[in-house]
Design a protein around this ligand. Structure first.
Ligand code: GDP
Length: 602
């Protein structure tokens, strides 16, 4: 059992519909197909197909194209066996569509929607969150939700809705990059007097990449210069066609400041969540996500968590990655002590033995021993390199037929190059593979771009674009491939070779030095370290280490820690002693040789 949600085989998740029907012909689906064509192939009314797509969390119109993975899930849900275009069906890409995959449908009950508010700065996200919170507290609780715990729940006409209180796509995508898709519905706030701005655009692309349904709140309609029609036109230009223009995107005019249109917005949230059929099984040990956490001077670590499945109870054993603890107390968003929290309910909990990160998943275990075992298991797997795939890796996966899409985030210096790069890249689509630009904008490569790439397994391409503050560091941490080009021809050539599965990495392996293991130390939770003496050359912090025993390589990995006495150092040179921890390896023996390598791209 792991704390991370896994993507299970889609075919197994809905056997009941597939088997209840007579045998239908096998569908030979291409890698991408329009909704209209898919409906036609199955002989099913396109409206029913669109409804089914919505249930699976996809808001698409009849002419939009869906990928094989989606089309196949839909076809199977109608009982059609499906033939894949490639031998292996892709499982690792994209977000988890159904949060209750693998659950017996009999145990599932409806759960409240979890909503995130996104949009450009100053368009009214915070005001909207406050307005919803203040106008919808239960009578008798005047003063309302005074606690800020990172999420809150309101009831509208008896239906609870959960709002994440960290507006903006940064938090949204950061969580997704950690493997947690918390949001069921995204509210895109666009100020009617300002229209779509760069962060609105970014938010749209982040939400689209997450495949979460969008409701547009056209805000500030009280302002004399409000122009809702312009907003709708701008949305249409970005493939978001609102309902009153014949599309399927719900848009609601609101004034967050005056509290106008809020009821309408909440009603629509309920409609969309009903279509999405959000469900969870409350009768099991809880699992969920950390929304935020901090250390309180008197209480210790305090974490706001959102239960995704099961029911969380006080006194239970909890594990968050490498941390464990016991739920000592739980407070709801009104600061009241509660003993239980069911699906989609945010609560603040005390008792985790450390500070988790936002987006970490938590699991309740039946007892302390199981919690300890989970933590040990996590520590064993912890060293696995976090890597989201370079262009070369993706080329290899395309070549092996594992994926058909190359997802890119493209940043350029000026608007003029944006169009040139876009059209050059779109020309590279073949009937087998697709270059999918999930976000494109002008400006520096930002941490947001890197997070979106991490969350979507995409590659970031900069054309005459500079790295923004922190972007390269974050990319290295997250294992995201960021490439810079100043000649469009080189950019297109690399991407073309990637989509053709041809881009083999050309690297040169340089041995920098070696050291002998003279002692082995236990270093607590992090496992074991090797005490070494550098016989030759140098060991640098950025090296790749080959652990050699009897002249055989028994492990290869980057350095997790490099010390000279107690100090962290960047390198150890010939004749020095120090401590080395190699990622993913613990079983050092005296006499092992650590060879230091630098891999250089040619
Ligand atoms: P955020 O940056 O998106 O969270 O935006 P805020 O909620 O902080 O709002 C930015 C500014 O717009 C504040 O001065 C708000 O009072 C104002 N504002 C927000 N909603 C409305 C609205 O519906 N009408 C008007 N006139 N002003 C609004």
């Amino acid at each position: 059992m792991t704390t991370n949600r896994t993507t299970t085989e889609r075919t197994d998740s809905r056997p009941q519909t597939a088997e209840a029907r007579p045998r239908l012909p096998v569908l030979d689906l291409p890698s991408a197909i329009s909704v209209a064509d898919l409906a036609d192939l199955m002989g099913i009314d396109p409206v029913d197909v669109i409804k089914q797509l919505m249930r699976f969390g996809y808001m698409v119109s009849i002419n939009e194209v869906v990928e094989f993975e989606v089309a196949s899930g839909i076809a199977q849900s109608f009982g059609f066996p499906v033939k894949a275009p490639t031998p292996e069906e892709e499982t690792s890409q994209g977000s988890v569509v159904l949060t209750h995959e693998g659950e017996d449908p009999e145990n599932l009950v409806e759960r409240p929607a979890v909503v995130t508010i996104l949009g450009h700065v100053d368009h009214g996200k915070t005001t909207l969150l406050d307005s919803i919170r203040n106008t919808n507290v239960v009578a008798g609780e005047s003063g309302g939700i005074t606690q800020h715990i990172g999420a809150y729940q309101v009831r509208y006409n008896g239906t609870p809705i959960t709002f994440l209180d960290t507006p903006g796509h940064e938090a949204f995508t950061a969580m997704r990059a950690r493997g947690a898709q918390v949001t069921d519905i995204a509210i895109l706030v666009v100020a009617a007097d300002d229209g779509i701005m760069p962060q609105t655009e970014e938010a749209i692309n982040h939400v689209k990449a997450a495949e979460v349904p969008i409701i547009v709140a056209v805000n500030k309609i009280d302002r004399p210069d409000a122009d809702p029609d312009r907003v709708k036109r701008q949305l249409a230009e970005r493939d978001l066609l609102v309902e009153d223009w014949g599309g399927d995107v719900i848009s609601v005019p609101v004034s967050a400041l005056k509290g106008e249109g809020i009821d309408d917005l909440l009603e629509n949230i309920i409609v969309v969540s009903e279509i999405a059929e959000l469900k969870a099984n409350p009768d099991q040990l809880a699992r969920g996500v950390v929304v935020e956490a901090q250390i309180d001077k008197s209480k210790g670590p305090v974490a706001t968590v959102l239960v995704q499945t099961g029911t969380l109870k006080t006194a239970q054993n909890i594990v968050v990655n490498g941390l464990k603890g016991r739920v000592r107390a739980m407070l709801n968003d009104r600061g009241k002590r509660v003993k239980e929290a069911g699906p989609s309910m945010p609560v603040e909990i005390l008792g985790i033995g450390g500070l988790p990160d936002a987006g970490d998943t938590f699991t309740i275990t039946p007892d302390e021993r199981a919690a300890r075992e989970m933590v040990e298991e996590w520590e064993r797997t912890q060293y696995v390199e976090r890597r989201h795939g370079t262009l070369e890796d993706i080329a290899a996966r395309i070549e092996s037929g594992e994926v058909v899409d190359l997802d890119l985030i493209v940043k350029t210096d000026v608007q003029g190059s944006t169009e040139a790069v876009r059209s050059a890249l779109e020309r590279l689509n073949t009937d087998r593979t697709r270059v999918n630009i999930i976000h494109m904008a002008t400006g520096a490569i930002t941490e947001n771009d890197v997070m979106l790439a991490a969350a979507s397994d995409a590659v970031v391409i900069g054309f005459n674009a500079q790295p923004g503050a922190g972007a390269n560091t974050l990319a290295a941490q997250e294992g995201v491939d960021v490439r810079y080009y100043d000649v469009i021809y080189h950019l297109v050539e690399d991407v073309e070779r990637a989509v053709n599965g041809l881009l083999a990495p050309e690297t040169r392996d340089i041995t920098e030095g070696y050291a002998t293991v003279r002692a082995v130390f236990n270093i607590g939770r992090r496992g074991r370290a090797a005490g070494v003496y550098v016989n030759n050359g140098r060991i640098s912090r950025s090296s790749t280490i080959y652990v050699m025993r009897n002249n055989k390589k028994i492990h290869e990995g980057p350095i997790a820690s490099l010390k000279h006495f107690r100090d962290d150092v960047r390198e150890l040179t010939n004749g020095l002693e120090g401590g080395v921890v190699v990622e993913g390896f613990q079983d050092y023996q005296e006499g092992d040789i650590l060879e230091s390598h630098r891999i250089e791209e040619v």
